[in-house]
Design a protein around this ligand. Sequence first.
Ligand SMILES: [Zn+2]
Length: 370
Amino acid sequence: MSSPVHYVTVSIPADEIIGYLWADDTTVDLIHRSASSSDAYEAGAEWYRKAQDARERGLAPLGVLTLLSREPGAGPVTGATGVDAVKDLARTVTPEDDRRLLDQLDRDNAAAWRELGDAYDALTDEDRTITWGGGRTSARGVTHVPFPRYSEPLKRVVRALSGVGAVTPEHRWADNPLPEPAPDGRLSPADAVRAATTIVRGEHFSDGTIAQAVGNGLLHAVVTALRAWYAEQRATAPGVCRFCGGSPAAHVAFHAHRGLVVFFGSRRTDGPMCLTCGLAVYRAYTTHTLCMGWWSPLSLFVFAPLTLVRNLLAVRTVKRLPAPGPGTLGPRYDPGVPVHRRPRAYVALVPALWVLFMVVTGLTGLTGGA
Ligand SMILES: [Zn+2]
């Protein structure tokens, strides 16, 4: 029969739970919260030392808890059903833990994010088929330990993960389980950081960790989640153009409508845009709508005119911006020539003339009948 277990929750001033000091009849120990920050982890060592000091002075385990529970940052002495229950508590992951990991990502390093995307897109099936070297015994009887042979393009992806900050000491990978993607294959951005850290750091301790992540799709889930996170950051970052990274930029939305009877649909592009990129999107979408937007009854009378008016209103916002400073996300869109100098725009004359014709014949029909 095991002895009763009690614990005290210990926290750092920033309100983060470090872990749990627990005691039974014979032992006092600290269980770190596995998702805690490195600051909290270090502060835990201090609590552990205090507990051991008190124990050495001859205090009984429960007495140590009672003593330390009076210190700032400690909670009351609480009963638990066993050590496993305290360990369960220590596995708690808070939204604040997620946020701290996302803070490790270098959202301002556009070049590093572009490199991650480029490096991953450049992977071939050959890069994903990992062969192993070693494993043979030489003439002198020395057996070489098997090791995975990673291709240069795959190593480039691994470097790029570090480049964006996804491999971080803030995640103590050895103390935490490897995140698993949801049934649809997705990972949360914070879990992508956890998995990236475990995959890359883990490889140094156990050969083949990267190979396994390539094989079971975890690496794919990691890169996909990180890229989606960055795209979202970029689309919502105020004042920076989502296309070229230049500023100033204004948040606008442009629409293109295609009103063919069969191919019916519209496209929307929104986010902060600079003068140059905004003008480019405006001209392309408006020309497309003028050319393709009319060819169904609803489109002719509702969607095409609505789209054109919305674009006109949006481009007024963009045109009020000064010319953007240098971009950081790569080349800018070329705005090209104004809409009225694009021949495709004049396709719009056909429905316009047709409507005019119907109106005129309708009117003359009316007068003729009178
Ligand atoms: Zn731009």
